[in-house]
Design a protein around this ligand. Structure first.
Ligand code: THG
Length: 266
């Protein structure tokens, strides 16, 4: 199954931040519902509007979102207290903590929560030396993270690698090595998953949706089995289903055909 982590409930976005601070539960619930109906498998929840309010906001958001959808949540924060606040309230099968990195502080602060609550975890391929600008550097961090996670007794099928997409406009060639990194990871660690935020690819360019969809199809071709996207963005789910059908990942193209019959393909 492809992991579709819906990204819209994120307080770094002004519109969401304002609604959360007004405690507008109807608005947030409708965002959760819309992304669920669009085909999400998980809902990302990011309460990073104001660090002083993050724990409180995470509690409120988790309560509202978990009533509006039956999907598992993805707790998106660098603050262990905010993550634990959310996961204590809603820890459904499939829950993911977003994220650890190879940085010592992130591993020490967040990995214990992954163990304690038996959640999945997104692992970003950067460490205390920064974000390597080549394939080898990022794959080496992934290997290091596999060792750490396994030494804690966390099974690899709970791990989702994120190879940290940078904008095509400023980092040409980078998407290509990310595709290679995905292929290497799938081969070396077949039980592990991939879940990367793809919309950074289009940062600074017009009609971002075109670039996001093209990149999603390439990612699926490279063996990627998950992404952080807005499934309600026009054409996004059609692109995903089309790519899976083309690659033989959708047996008899049944998912594609069903989506068509349900009027979901435009
Ligand atoms: N990897 C992981 N987690 C992540 C990211 C990632 N979490 C946050 C982010 N990246 C993914 N989530 C979003 C949420 C919203 C938007 C983009 C990514 C978004 N941005 C608008 C834009 O860029 O045009 C502008 C913001 C706004 O609406 O105010 O909508 O990579 N593991």
């Amino acid at each position: 199954m492809f992991t579709i982590i819906a990204e819209r409930i994120n307080m770094t976005r002004k519109s969401i931040r304002e609604k959360v601070w007004k405690r507008d539960a109807d608005f947030i619930a409708s965002e959760a519902d819309r992304q669920t109906k669009a085909g999400a498998t998980h809902i990302d929840v990011n309460a990073g509007g104001d660090p002083a309010k993050e724990v409180d906001d995470m509690r409120w958001l988790t309560e509202v979102v978990s009533k509006a959808t039956q999907l598992p949540l993805v707790f998106d924060s660098t603050n262990p207290k905010a993550i634990e606040e959310g996961v204590k309230i809603c820890n459904r099968d499939g829950t993911i903590i977003n994220s650890i990195t190879g940085e010592k502080a992130r591993i020490e602060g967040i990995l214990p929560l992954v163990k304690k609550y038996k959640t999945g975890v997104i692992a970003l391929t950067m460490d205390d030396n920064g974000m390597p600008e080549d394939l080898q550097g990022r794959v080496e961090i992934a290997r290091k993270l596999v060792k750490i996670v396994e030494s804690e007794g966390i099974p690899l099928n709970k791990v989702y690698f994120d190879y940290l997409v940078r904008p095509a406009s400023t980092n040409p060639g980078q998407a290509k090595f990310i595709l290679e990194a995905i292929a290497v990871t799938r081969k070396e660690f077949p039980q592990a998953h991939i879940a990367l935020g793809l919309s950074n690819i289009s940062f600074g360019l017009p009609i971002r949706n075109n670039l996001n969809k093209a990149f999603l199809a390439m990612l699926i071709g490279a063996g990627c089995d998950g992404a952080i996207i807005d499934p309600s963005e026009p054409g996004m789910m059609s692109t995903l289903l089309s790519a899976q059908a083309v690659l033989g990942l959708d047996e008899y193209c049944m998912n594609y055909i069903s989506a068509y019959r349900e009027g979901k393909l435009k």
